[in-house]
Design a protein around this ligand. Structure first.
Ligand code: AMP
Length: 380
């Protein structure tokens, strides 16, 4: 509980990071009458295009960070690889929500997994890897197949290798450098699901239920809400999520990504201490979106209702779709149940998240079918 008065519309909120998550946060903030400043090393960014002020400076320029923080009532982030020192410098000058320790834990896979297992949350069996000797022991103890992941700066499958033998694991360490890594048992999961949730300053909790996620090349491809899971799996996923937000004392939004095994067990794969790609559909399908909830939480306002208005599915639009020229936007817009979101990125590179489509329908299965058809129509 904090006695700080709420930060009300008309105030300025600051975002560290300037990608699409910051953009959708800024749109929600502007809708509620707030001003938005964004800070990142880039210019003409997805967030900067819709913000009142875009500061272009390095995260290591701590004077620039302090200056930025002095100009806003609260700082949040949309990118968890902001250095801990940056969050600390901002915290000298204004409120930072969620706090820097949430960032510190979740930006490093080993710290994150150690935090989770220490507090009794279920995780994939793992071992820390700092040397060839560690990798030999990990292969002996956990066996193969496995996934070797860099401890820092990994997302969307970056810095990951699937390992079938000790020789392969040793080769990765020799050729890709001796960074700190995590050796994780390969999970032959039935599906991947996530729970996006929010925690307010007063400890209140809200969630958008269980979302079903399909990945392609380690990048999220399709999300469906609600996920078709047994009620006890849903209860368990939400309980675990609530426990994680509570233990971390999050103020803001956090997403828990899970593997659901064939025997119905949930294992936490990863945490994201911010709105998440799988929650983008909440903009169109729920009373309050994950972005508005992030704003409400960090400003100390009551959380909004997360009631679902209609089943929904979201399909990511990656840069690959531009290979044959500009996608046919009119074709997707011709499907009445579909909404188009584009992030204002000038350069369409393969694998780059450029936008997404959301379809609303009477059932989740219908929504998934419609959103797939709509995405296909962009290049058909
Ligand atoms: P991550 O960057 O950890 O979220 O991994 C990206 C994707 O790689 C996940 O969503 C899974 O599809 C796959 N993956 C990661 N770790 C494992 C694992 N231990 N077993 C099986 N698949 C995995």
């Amino acid at each position: 509980m904090t006695g700080a008065p709420p930060i009300l519309p008309g105030a300025t909120v600051g975002v560290l990071g300037s990608g699409q998550l910051g953009r959708m946060f800024a749109i929600a903030a502007r809708q509620m009458g707030y001003r938005v400043h964004t800070f990142s090393p880039d210019s003409d960014t997805p967030t900067g295009q819709v913000a009142d002020l875009e500061v272009e400076a390095s995260y290591d320029d701590l004077d620039a960070v302090r200056n930025f923080a002095r100009g806003v009532s609260v700082v949040t982030f949309e990118f968890e690889n902001v250095p801990a020192a940056t969050a600390a410098a901002a915290a000298e000058c204004t409120a930072v929500r969620p706090n820097g320790s949430v960032l510190h834990i979740t930006q490093h896979r080993l710290r994150e997994k150690t935090f989770l297992s220490t507090h009794g949350f279920p995780v994939t069996p793992f071992r820390p890897i700092r040397s060839i000797a560690d990798v030999r022991l990990a292969v002996e103890e956990l066996g193969c197949p496995a996934v070797l992941k860099t401890a820092s700066f990994g997302y969307d499958g970056k810095g990951q290798n699937t390992i079938q033998s000790l020789a392969e694991a040793e080769a990765v360490l020799k050729t890709a450098g001796s960074f700190e890594r995590v050796y994780e048992k390969f999970v032959d999961f039935e599906r991947e699901v996530s729970v996006v949730a929010a925690r307010g300053i007063d400890g209140s909790f809200a969630h958008w239920g269980v979302i079903d996620n399909t990945h392609h090349n380690h990048i999220l491809d399709l999300s469906i809400s609600p996920a078709d899971v047994a009620p006890e799996v849903e209860r368990e996923a939400i309980n675990i999520t609530r426990g994680i937000l509570e233990t971390l004392q999050v103020i803001g939004v956090l997403c828990v990504e899970f593997f659901l095994t064939k025997s119905g067990t949930l294992l936490v794969n990863e945490l994201a201490p911010r709105p998440h790609n799988s929650g983008h559909l909440t903009i169109d399908s729920h009373v309050t979106s994950q972005f508005e909830e992030q704003l409400r939480a960090i400003c100390g306002l009551p959380l909004g209702s997360t009631e679902q208005l209609r089943p929904a599915a979201m399909a990511n639009l990656l840069g690959d779709l531009w290979a044959g020229g500009e996608p046919n936007w009119a074709a997707a817009c011709a499907i009445p149940e579909v909404r188009l979101h584009l992030y204002g990125k000038a350069e369409a590179r393969a694998g780059r998240k450029m936008g997404h489509l959301t379809a609303l329908a009477p059932t989740p299965t219908d929504a998934a079918r419609i959103v797939r058809t709509a995405r296909q129509s962009l290049v058909g």
